[in-house]
Design a protein. Sequence first.
Length: 318
Amino acid sequence: MSDIQLNNEVNELLNEVNQKISGDVVFDYGTEKSGYVRYDQSYQSWQNGDLIIHVKDVTAPNYTVSHELQHALLDATGYPTISFNVTSGHRDFDEQLMIVTTTLYDTITHLTIYEWQKQHGLLNDEVQKQYLKGVQQTIKPEENGEMDGMMHLRLLTILDALVFFGNDFDKVADQFKRDYPISLAGAQNVYQIISAKPVDSPFTLRRTVVKAFEAFDAQLEKWQLPTVGSKEFVTLGSVFSKRQLRLEVRQLFQISHSEIKSAETKERAYIGIGVNDQQNAFVLPDPPKGKTDDYFKTLYSMSVETLFKQLNLAYSVR
């Protein structure tokens, strides 16, 4: 559809993004109009140096386009991203973990994105109703107050809803309490942790993502459900101070010879784990055979900046 007209707020955001990226933003609109909004209605790709924003469902184009543009702006301004450099050895299991952890990471970015949309009049009553319909399309109500195989998805979905509605959650609280009492209580536990401090910089985003990984698994443990293990499975981009970049690697990271495997080599992965937060920050290539001790002695003594440049790892400076 080429007749989509974006409002002034979204066009101003579009101009800002176009100034930050090397190519141009191009829109690829679909024709579906479901009557609800949901995370899987749009996505981004890069083609010939341009950022393509694919909007499959045009129920609320200003909401959906601005949402994707905000994600692009965070990426373009140094906010840390996640990547997947290790594998369990089972593709289906890895894909499930990727979906869960990507959704959880996105929810933390939504602490910033939804707030911007709210301030610019894009989370109006109509969009809130469409978002609620999207939730109902995604998760079924709990049955007889019992947990089932949908608890991970309910926890993710309701956590994002708490971020989306924010101070307006009272509008829908009764319905969530009726349909999802167990999941709502669990999501509120996680939400209390991730919303305790503002997310307004690359550093605060990273800090909150780590807390979200921890809190999500803690809630699953309370329910006696399988945890995700995001802190080892997911590589989270780093944010350093200038002083930290000058420190030796040993002062900020420990190298773990993990039981899980490198996605590249299919051998046990060497993972750089943050000393303070125990988060996967990078995955090393295998050391030279027969020279492992010398390799790690040299690595631990080099500066953090040198290591990250040698490995061609992106990072942000605060």
